[in-house]
Design a protein. Structure first.
Lengths: 234, 242
């Protein structure tokens, strides 16, 4: 029992004293996750609107592929992107392997299906009158898109946060494409794995507590936004 | 005469899930007049209104605006901005009443000071000045409809489309609508109105068109109409038209 108590106390001490190593790992993780979530969101929003609001022949097929990709294992994405950015890959010349950009590329591919599917569902469930009213008010194509995004903003923020939560907690992509280089590509999850193997249990636990707190914060914000949306609709 | 027709449709066909819901050879909206469209449930009134107002694009046939054929594939933005629609069950956007009324002007990139002035003036005319800062989600049915009327009129449309605007309203709101609507519409405005309210028809209508099963059954001007029948039920009223 002392082993656990001691580890937890030391972990809390590392957090409270703002241990430089812990801070560096958390900062790297947040920087990479925020960047990949931002890029994925920019791509996912128009993609989701396109799928939800348009009729085309391959729509059913695309929806099935999209739903399948929701459960995409991180290591599969890791292998796929590795094959692209490794020295012999088609993007090998860009030297992206074992860099933050490499991880970001993998994470963007990982969460595009998730954010797109969530936003697609939100757009699909929105009142048809929203579009008719926008047309009748004289909205251009881009203004209709803007109005739609504004109307669905709380749901979209929820979808983006869900995507952020997914990349923050993943390890497969970060490990395979980042290489766990200290101060460069070492994220919370890869550091936890490494430090546990090295026997620095308290350090790994400190990162675990931070990850759990961030996860709680993400879920709290998502819940608050969803409730806010429902309240506004009542 | 062509110059009297602001909008004309020819050979309009709208098919929904294999069923023909609108099949009109010819129909015209008269300029600067109150054009009423009446008919039973499923007669195609709202579908026709959606096509005339360019809200609906998925149909076969031709539309003419002042004699010029409108290309359905083009965005028709400039033309759409001459039209406004008041819906039976209006959709108000997330935000307060001011924001909702101001939206058509914002979409037209009008200067904010002009928007402020026009919105307050329009809200005053519809007696909703006290609601301007209130969230659109907290409004009653009548207040929502007044907001949507203000929103439709603020862009000073050339043609105003009204789709059974009073159907879901309480007595007080219907009374307000009936007693104020004619004053809100300018002489230069053309109105296309789907309504069953005999008082509205009697007081406002210049042309009445009856739809049945998606087809134009008859079109009459108000002079051809027997007003004595207004005391009777709607069935008698429609029978007179037929």
């Amino acid at each position: 029992m002392d082993y656990y108590t001691d580890a937890i106390l030391r972990a809390l001490q590392l957090i409270i004293t703002l241990d430089q190593e812990v801070i560096q790992v958390v900062a790297t993780s947040l920087k990479i996750s925020i960047t990949s979530t931002f890029i994925a969101s920019i791509i996912s929003m128009p993609l989701a609107v396109l799928i939800a609001r348009n009729k085309f022949k391959t729509k059913k097929f695309i929806n099935i592929i999209l739903n399948t990709m929701l459960s995409l294992p991180t290591v599969v994405v890791g292998i796929f992107v590795y094959s692209l950015i490794s020295r012999r890959g088609v993007l090998g010349e860009l030297d992206l392997l074992f860099t933050p950009a490499g991880i970001i590329m993998g994470q963007v591919i990982l969460i595009i299906p998730l954010i797109t599917a969530l936003i697609r569902n939100i757009i699909f469930s929105m009142d048809e009158k929203l579009y008719k009213t926008a047309i009748s008010m004289g909205a251009s194509r881009s203004q209709k898109f803007k109005l739609l995004i504004l109307e669905a903003r709380y749901g979209i923020i929820g979808a983006v946060i869900a995507g952020f939560g997914r990349v923050l907690g993943e390890i497969g992509v970060s490990m395979m494409l980042g290489g766990n280089i200290k101060g460069v590509t070492r994220t919370i999850t890869t550091a936890m794995s490494l430090e546990t193997n090295k026997g620095r249990f308290a350090f790994a636990l400190a990162l675990g507590i931070i990850l759990l707190s961030l996860s709680f914060l993400i879920n709290f914000v998502t819940y608050f936004l969803q409730e806010g949306k429902n309240y506004a609709r009542r | 005469m062509l110059e009297d027709k602001i909008i004309e449709v020819k050979n309009i066909k709208k098919i929904c899930r294999g069923k023909t819901i609108l099949d009109i050879d010819q129909f015209a909206v008269l300029k600067n007049k109150f054009n009423f469209i009446i008919g039973g449930n499923g007669s195609g009134k709202t579908s026709l209104l959606n096509i005339l107002s360019l809200v609906e694009q998925d149909f076969r046939g031709e539309i003419y605006y002042k004699g010029r054929k409108i290309n359905k594939d083009e965005q028709n933005l400039a033309l759409r901005r001459k039209f406004s629609v008041i819906w039976q069950d209006p959709y108000l956007y997330r935000g307060n009443v001011f924001y909702n009324i101001a939206l058509p002007l914002k979409l037209r990139n009008i200067e904010q000071s002009i928007i402020d002035k026009k919105v307050r003036e329009m809200a005053g005319r519809l007696e909703i000045s006290n609601l301007l800062e209130q969230s659109a989600y907290t409004l009653s049915g009548g207040e929502k409809q007044k907001t949507s009327i203000a929103r439709a009129l603020i862009s000073e449309p050339e043609i105003l489309f009204v789709d059974e605007a009073t159907t879901n309203l309480d007595e007080e709101s219907i009374y307000f609508f009936n007693s104020h609507f004619a004053d809100l519409v300018t002489d230069e405005m053309t109105v296309v109105m789907v309504s069953h309210d005999r008082r509205q028809i009697k007081e406002l209508a210049d042309q009445i068109t009856l739809l049945k099963g998606g087809k134009v059954k008859t079109t009459k001007t108000i002079n051809d109409f027997n007003f004595e029948l207004f005391g009777a039920g709607i069935e008698t009223f429609i029978a007179e038209l037929v």
